[in-house]
Structures are given as structure tokens and as C-alpha cells.
Write a protein of this length. Structure first.
Ligand code: ADP
Length: 472
């Protein structure tokens, strides 16, 4: 058994703002089939603390950023959790990373430094008789973990996974002492990034191995267009970098057992869910495809392009249902589109509704400018909902474009477009409507999608192989 400590700032089903939580929540269970025992170290936000039943105190750290920290051990939803109970850092009304006013918590560097300090202590001393062979950190919030472990004799091996390089965990250099960082490593070869401390760069420079969530994103990260300033760092560490595509949690996203919908085994079972979705969103029947979006409404997701290309879909009798929340301007713009009888929008975050929307849609639209992996297109494949995606990152790796050759070979699963512009999206929407108009072709696309192996089996095996190499 290889013992792995997963260090993460979110984890489904306890706390989630995006795909990272899905991955952190599903991977430990998927790894049990590969002789890997993963425990998850997570901040004790109110939503996490509320779900702990009879937690056991297993570690104490005195005076970390003005308060004592207890580490609590508990099992929730099949996950072995180690929770950082630090009310002065995590017991707050607001989001995981930002307050109710939408601004980042001013002490985010300290909050996630505390998470990493606990990880480093567990790496050094073990916890309740359990010593990890590997510490695996996710995104910038875990970036200081390998940095704090540098130079420790017999330290566990370290892995950093980049879920989204847009978030880099910047801090003022004045905080170097307070964060317990080695000032001599505030250099280009250390954690310095354009005159600031970057927690993500610290992790990328110090970890033994780096992974990201698709092969295409791994290659894109070494380019100026996608590396967000860290392309040189990634390139310098290319020998330690690999791409492992995310899977989906089959127990949550499975159309045959999904309690949020009318379950179905084959594409014919989608009709009931489509009718129910149209009713729920006040849409009438229409001749074109019912396209859906489940997404954060941000620049990354390219949904401003959809606003521009929308007339193409509506002219063909297509419909649009949007479930999302995010930038106020995009929320308002989508709300305004509901003046069309074939557009319906729900601004908010709603897990159950996301299942109904994905099951009821004919097609899902994911026109992201960049997408490390993307999960909604994977859910859609599993549910026989045809993905229309931009040709980038994980979207490029998980959808097979309905080119004439792929259609002839009956292996196509969706539509891809490039470059990521409103024009190209408009052309892709026309292609989608044409495919939808040919019922036999559409059915083949749906069936091919439902047959794709999108669960964790293969990718959990890839993580397990990486861990095995590291502990050799
Ligand atoms: P990202 O992590 O960049 O937001 P992903 O596609 O990797 O994008 O993961 C997004 C996750 O969040 C998916 O599980 C998706 O279903 C979920 N999600 C996004 N927006 C909403 C929403 N408004 N309501 C419910 N679930 C949502």
C-alpha cells in the first residue's frame, strides 16, 4: 500500500467552487483499486466542520498566525479526512477564497500557508501512526507544501497538480518572514515571480513531479499564450511534467442511477428529461437542439462569444438553457437574452439542477478560451448530451470532432471549433444544427459519447503508476 497525503483547498462533496473539488473528492476512492491509500488534508471551513461526526484530535500546532491549530481526523462520504481546525483562519462567513464583498480574503497567503505547514508537519512526523510516502498538493493553495519540505532528510516525495494556472497565489515579499519562507530562495530559481512571492511557483520549483489535468494543457502550459507568465518555469521542468486527464465520479454522475433525473440507460431515455427541463425553464417545444451551459460565467469560459453567436442557434430553432454564476456583466447579458422565447437562464449555483440540465439537454456548449480539463463535457458524454467545445486543453483530448472521416468511421462524439472566436463558434453551431437535423447521425454521436470511458479507472491507474515510480 502506498500512502499519499492529498493537500487541497476544496473537496466534494464537502466544499466546492469548481472542478478541483470533484477531482479531490473522487480520486481517493478511485485509487483504492490500485493499492493506494489517500488521506485528504483540508481547511476546516464551516461547511466542512459541520459535516464531521465525532472527529478525533490527532495533532496540535501552537500559535500559527495568531491562534492554535488542531488537526481533526474523521471519515466523511468514504473519504479519510484530516481537517485543519483553525477558526481564526477558516471560520468565516463568505466564500472559500473571498469575503461576502467578492474581494479575496486579505490573509489568503497566511490561511493556505497554515494548510501547508500542517502538511509539512504530517510529512515529518506522521499523524496518529500514519506516515505518508508521498504528499500530493493541488494548485497554489498547496504550493508552499513542497517548499516547506525542502531539505528535510527522508522527506516523502512530492507531487504538485496544476488545475488552473490562472491562479498563482501571489503575496507581498514583506510577508516572507511571516510565512516562514527561506529568504535566500526569493530568487528567479526559487519562489520569486515578478517581485512577488508566488505560492504556485514555489510548488512548481520544489515538487519532485508536476502533473496537470490533460496532455494538451501540459503542452499548452509551456507556451506564452497559456502559461500566464510561468511558461519558462514549466518548460524548465518539462522532464518532471505529465498530463493525466480527469475522470468523473461514476457514483454521482451516472444516468442509470441519478436521483436528480428520470434515470435512463439508452439515448431514448433522454426525451423525458428534455421535456421536464423545457417545462422547468418555461420553454416550449422547438425544432432545433436544446443547448445547455453549466459554468462559471467568467472570461475563461468564452461565453461572451456565445452571446455573439447566439443568433445562429436561434435562427435554426435551437434553444439555450444557461445555469451559471460569476461576473456581473455576463450574468446581466445572459439575463437580457431571455427576451427571446427560446432562451432561459438561471443565475446561481445548484448541484441538482446541473444534473437535470445536463440530462435534459441535446447538446452542451463549452467554448472556453482555455480549459485545463473541463468536467461538464465529460458528464455530457456520459449522459448522451453532445458536447460542442473549443479545441483547447482537456476539451481537445476528450471529444472526437464530427469530421467527415470520424463520422464515416462512427467514432465522432461531438463538435470542436478553432480558433476560439465568435465566427468559428457560429460555424460550429451551424454544424451542430445540421447534425441534429439528421436523426440517425445524431443518435450515433450520442451513443458514441455514452460509450466513452470517462470514469476514473484509467486516470487513477496513471496516478498510481506515478506514485509507484516516486517511491521506488
Ligand atoms: P472549473 O473548475 O474551471 O469551474 P470544470 O468544468 O473543471 O470547470 O468544473 C466545474 C464544476 O462545477 C463541474 O462539476 C460543474 O458541473 C460545476 N458547476 C459549475 N457551475 C455550476 C452551477 N452554476 N451550478 C452547479 N454546478 C456548477
Amino acid at each position: 500500500m502506498i500512502k499519499v497525503l492529498s493537500v487541497t483547498s476544496e473537496c466534494a462533496p464537502l466544499v466546492k467552487t469548481g472542478g478541483l473539488a470533484d477531482v479531490a473528492g473522487a480520486l481517493p476512492l478511485a485509487l483504492t483499486a490500485h493499492e493506494v491509500e489517500m488521506r485528504t488534508l483540508l481547511p476546516g471551513y464551516p461547511a466542512v466542520m459541520a459535516k464531521l461526526k465525532k472527529p478525533k484530535k490527532v495533532m496540535e500546532l501552537a500559535n500559527i498566525f495568531g491562534g492554535n491549530i488542531h488537526v481533526l481526523q474523521a471519515k466523511v462520504a468514504g473519504l479519510d479526512l484530516l481537517v485543519v481546525d483553525a477558526p481564526h483562519l477558516f471560520d468565516r462567513v463568505g466564500g472559500l477564497y473571498a469575503g461576502p464583498d467578492g474581494h479575496d480574503w486579505h490573509d489568503n497567503p497566511e490561511r493556505f500557508s497554515a494548510l501547508c505547514q500542517v502538511a509539512a508537519k504530517i510529512a515529518r512526523e506522521g499523524v496518529d501512526g500514519w506516515c505518508p510516502d508521498i504528499c500530493h498538493g493541488h494548485d497554489w493553495q498547496a504550493g508552499l507544501m513542497p517548499e516547506y519540505m525542502r531539505g528535510h532528510a527522508d522527506r516523502p516525495a512530492t507531487v504538485m497538480t496544476i488545475h488552473n494556472i490562472a491562479f498563482q497565489g501571489m503575496a507581498d515579499p514583506k510577508s516572507i518572514g511571516r510565512l516562514g519562507l527561506d529568504p535566500y530562495r526569493f530568487t528567479r530559481d526559487g519562489y520569486e515571480f515578478w517581485g512577488k512571492v508566488s505560492a504556485l511557483k514555489a510548488g512548481l520549483m520544489s515538487a519532485d513531479q508536476i502533473t496537470t489535468v490533460s496532455k494538451t494543457y501540459a503542452a499548452e502550459l509551456m507556451t506564452e499564450e497559456f502559461g500566464m507568465g510561468l511558461e519558462g518555469v514549466i518548460d524548465a521542468r518539462r522532464d518532471a511534467l505529465s498530463g493525466i486527464v480527469n475522470g468523473i465520479d461514476d457514483s454521482t454522475w451516472n444516468p442509470t442511477t441519478d436521483k436528480a433525473i428520470t434515470p435512463y440507460k439508452s439515448v431514448s431515455g433522454k426525451a423525458k428529461n428534455k421535456t421536464a427541463l423545457q417545462k422547468e425553464f418555461g420553454l416550449k417545444k422547438s425544432g432545433g437542439p436544446l443547448c445547455v451551459v453549466v459554468s462559471r460565467l467568467t472570461e475563461q469560459k468564452g461565453l461572451d462569444l456565445l452571446l455573439q453567436a447566439l443568433p445562429t442557434l436561434l435562427d435554426r430553432g435551437g434553444q439555450l438553457v444557461v445555469l451559471g454564476t460569476g461576473d456581473a456583466s455576463l450574468e446581466a447579458a445572459f439575463r437580457a437574452e431571455t427576451r427571446h422565447k427560446n432562451v432561459a437562464v438561471h443565475i446561481g449555483y445548484d448541484e441538482d439542477m446541473s444534473h437535470r440540465v445536463i440530462a435534459g439537454g441535446d447538446a452542451i456548449l463549452v467554448p472556453s478560451r482555455f480549459e485545463p480539463c473541463g468536467l461538464t463535457q465529460l458528464y455530457a458524454l456520459r449522459y448522451g448530451t453532445v458536447p460542442l467545445v473549443s479545441l483547447t486543453g482537456g476539451l481537445a483530448d476528450t471529444v472526437i470532432n464530427a469530421s467527415p472521416a470520424a463520422l464515416a468511421m462512427e467514432c465522432a462524439t461531438g463538435v470542436q471549433f478553432s480558433p476560439v472566436t465568435a465566427n468559428a463558434l457560429s460555424v460550429a453551431l451551424t454544424h451542430l444544427c445540421d447534425l441534429y437535423a439528421s436523426k440517425p447521425t445524431w443518435k450515433i454521436l450520442q451513443r458514441n459519447g455514452m460509450k466513452q470511458p470517462v470514469d476514473w479507472a484509467a486516470s487513477a491507474g496513471a496516478y498510481a503508476a506515478l506514485y509507484k515510480d516516486l517511491v521506488k
